[in-house]
Write a protein that binds this ligand. Structure first.
Ligand SMILES: *[C@@H]1O[C@H](CO)[C@@H](O)[C@H](O)[C@H]1NC(C)=O
Length: 322
């Protein structure tokens, strides 16, 4: 580990340092053979996760990244060579707020003279689907932040694939039945592939690559972070193989799926978002942008390879423990 206080080493400021993505960025930079000064930004510096960062040699500062708190955010970013920014839509579920807070980070990064802004973006689903799927607002909002950032300073968009841990969610993953088998109700074609990522372990691997590779370190471009493209059928058979469970996939048509969400008592906005994630079946999670050629170059430049779903399961015996 080469976390240093030597001022000749670049300062990387990481927003959401105690969260999944920010935490992954820090742990992967700590593993780098290059020296960095690391500063984690978090709202609450007293929580145990913040103390853990301090133990790693990370400077931890507090800043609430909200509109109206621009000067505190600039203070937290001061001296940064690289700023990693991420927003937390599911804390407030307000895409306008997400855009405003993302832009606030961009402005602060620019104001302190950062050389590189890295943002956790996602595809502009409304635009890329020609308006057909217009409710995935927390993807569109992140794309808007990236577009703005690119107009302001050198920016790399590091997009996270579909979290492997989503499978533990009752809305998105298989549910245990009274007889011990699992039933997985989805609206997706079981053969449609999702780019899966073990976010905590591997998202930061791709951000580290953005910082250290000649191709991205001066800004520009999008990096797609995932280990493998896996269908629900593949995920189910991997769970069967590794955990010894029995899985049944029930693929519903969109109307029946929607009705199941309503029955579960989900709020209308959540139903709209989940319903429109059906775009993945039609267009692919990234609309085919994660070109094989580019991904080959990225993989060749990564410090290590990301974990496949099977490797993730073997490394986390408690996840989906039968
Ligand atoms: C701005 O951030 C500072 C530092 O974390 C915090 O003390 C303050 O309460 C924040 N202000 C607002 C308006 O959130």
């Amino acid at each position: 580990m080469v976390v240093t206080s030597d001022t000749s080493a670049p300062l990387v400021v990481v927003v959401g340092a105690t969260g999944v993505q920010g935490g992954s960025v820090i742990s992967n930079l700590v593993q780098s053979d290059k020296p960095y000064r690391l500063r984690g930004v978090t709202r609450d510096v007293s929580k145990p996760a913040a103390q853990k960062l301090k133990d790693l040699g990370v400077e931890v500062v507090s800043a609430n990244i909200v509109v109206g708190n621009e000067s505190a955010v600039q203070e937290a970013f001061k001296g940064a060579h690289v700023v990693f920014g991420v927003t937390k839509f599911f804390e407030h579920k307000d895409s306008f707020r997400e855009i405003a807070e993302g832009k606030l980070m961009v402005d602060a990064a620019k104001a302190v003279g950062a050389k590189l802004f890295i943002f956790s973006g996602l595809p502009a689903v409304t635009k890329l689907s020609g308006g057909k799927f217009s409710h995935v607002v927390h993807f569109d909002s992140k794309a808007e932040v990236v577009e703005y950032a690119r107009s302001q300073l050198p920016t790399v968009d590091v997009e996270a694939g579909y979290y492997m841990t989503n499978l533990a969610s009752s809305m998105l993953g298989p549910e245990k039945q009274p007889d011990g088998t699992y039933r997985w109700t989805t609206q997706w074609d079981p053969a449609a592939k999702f780019p899966l990522i073990d976010t905590e372990a591997d998202y930061g691997l791709f951000v580290r690559y953005a910082i250290e590779s000649p191709e991205y370190s001066t800004g520009g471009g999008t990096i797609f972070s995932y280990a493998e493209h896996a269908s629900h059928a593949h995920i189910a058979s991997t769970l069967e193989k590794v955990r010894g469970v029995s899985m049944n996939i029930a693929a519903l048509d969109p109307a029946a799926y929607r009705a199941s969400l309503e029955q579960a008592g989900l709020p209308a906005t959540a139903i709209e978002i989940l319903g429109d994630l059906l775009y993945v079946t039609e267009y692919g999670y990234w609309f085919g942008q994660e070109l094989e050629e580019q991904q080959k170059r990225v993989r060749a430049g990564l410090a290590r390879q990301p974990r496949t779903f099977e490797e993730f399961l073997r490394a986390n015996p408690d996840f989906f423990a039968a």
